[in-house]
Design a protein. Structure first.
Length: 424
């Protein structure tokens, strides 16, 4: 395993925190470790408890570390939310050097020059995503390295976020004993895995349905044009089941996972089960159809809100349709309900990697692949994600203990000799 090509992603969600260790070989990702822990410090996609979030991060990271037997040092973190803003940026420089061959230094200079613009003091630049490079008037260049030119331009997207949100995220990761290698806009990372180039060019909406929030990203002509978050997700379905049927939240969550269906016609009235009822000693008997009626109402409302929000920002026609991902999309019948409500072509994106063939891991995979390709384009250096000598401290501790034991044995022997001399 080449340690330079190992990346670790961290997806801090409302319902769970997920860590994935992957090795990039020849542009392909090989998943070698994964960890997941229940998230207890996040509400509606925002950090509300620093200490609880730190503990969840540590648990997920330790689980991944035990799987591969290595120590994780740094992670790629995803971020999303309504505080994110996208701005068009444009940078122009003269190519340095006598040969006028474009290199990493020129790429870095033109990206830095594109960031020279007025930004409010409460906001911070997260990243710059190059859409195209232009060399002496020739446009639509993805990577200009090695080309000969005098004038280099870059057109891209400047991503900014609220300083307080970013700093709280950094603080949680650092208190968990990790470094932040890179911070990526999660919808962009998801798009690098879940969407095809044709879908991005035609126009497509990527919908990531999580536990506490739903993220929607719209791509047109190959670029991200809009993104927004809705404070509604799988946890709201659980709460509906709990309130309507008067059952504990923990049992409602388990029932949703084991027996839930997003549309009534996908449920079976013969599939019955019992559960506890709040305020009663008697067991309550429910059918899968009963659950499906509750789930369909809430998720159907979610799709209605997504459609209304897209119309509000003047996005009506999406030839590429909708692509769904996230943990909630594992529920049977959700594809049929989405087609019915959104009136468009809909598909579900599931990552095709051994051990993580579930929609909830799409973000983790996307963060690694997006960061890997973005680093190559921008020519940035990435800190090592894992520590190769993680077993060394254990060996040192053992040697120290052995040495201390020898010293104590020698001291006891010396005292015994001294007493023998004194009493003789």
């Amino acid at each position: 395993m080449n340690e330079e090509n190992v990346f670790v992603s961290l997806d801090i969600g409302t319902s769970s925190v997920k860590t994935l260790i992957g090795e990039m070989t020849g542009g392909a990702l090989n998943v070698i470790g994964v960890g997941e822990a229940v998230s207890s410090g996040i509400k509606k996609g925002s950090i509300v408890d620093i200490d609880a979030t730190v503990q969840s991060i540590r648990t997920a990271v330790e689980q991944a570390e035990r799987m591969v037997g290595l120590t994780i040092k740094s992670v790629i973190v995803g971020i999303s939310g309504n505080h994110i803003q996208l701005r068009h940026c444009h940078g122009v420089i003269a190519v340095s050097g006598e040969s006028h061959e474009i290199g990493d230094e020129d790429i870095a200079r033109v990206i830095d020059q594109a960031q020279v613009m007025s930004i409010p003091p409460e906001r911070e630049i997260i990243d710059v995503i190059p859409d195209q490079f232009i060399v002496d008037g020739v446009d639509e260049i993805r990577d200009p390295r090695g080309m000969i030119g005098v004038r280099l331009e870059m057109e891209g997207t400047l991503i900014t976020g609220m300083k307080t949100v970013l700093h709280n995220l950094y603080r949680c990761v650092e208190k968990a004993g990790l470094q932040v290698t890179d911070i990526c806009l999660q919808p962009l990372a998801l798009g690098s895995v879940a969407l095809t180039e044709d879908e991005k060019n035609l126009g497509v909406a990527l919908v990531d349905i999580g536990g506490g929030s739903t993220s929607v990203a719209v791509f047109e002509q190959g670029s991200l044009v809009s993104t927004f978050d809705l404070p509604i997700g799988g946890n709201h379905v659980t709460k509906d089941i709990s309130i309507i049927e008067r059952i504990p939240m923990d049992e409602a969550e388990q029932l949703k996972i084991k027996h839930g269906a997003a549309i009534a016609r996908a449920a079976s009235p013969e599939d019955t089960f019992t559960c506890s009822q709040i305020g009663s000693a008697k067991k309550l008997t429910l059918s899968q159809e009963d659950l499906a009626e509750i789930i369909e109402a809430r998720i159907g409302e979610m799709f209605d809100i997504i459609r209304e929000e897209l119309l509000r920002i003047d996005i009506d026609d999406l030839p590429g349709g909708f692509v769904l991902t996230g943990g909630v999309t594992s529920m049977p019948g959700i594809l049929d309900l989405a087609v019915q409500k959104l009136h468009a072509n809909v598909r579900i994106s599931i990552p095709d990697y051994i051990g993580v063939r579930e929609p909830k891991f799409t973000a983790c995979i996307g963060l690694i692949q997006f960061a890997y390709h973005n680093v190559r384009i921008q020519g940035k250096e990435v800190a090592a994600a894992i520590s190769p000598d993680s077993t060394v401290p254990v060996q040192k501790t053992a040697k120290v203990k052995s040495k201390d034991a020898k010293e104590r044995t020698g001291m006891v022997t010396g005292i015994k000799k001294w007493f023998n001399m004194f009493f003789d």
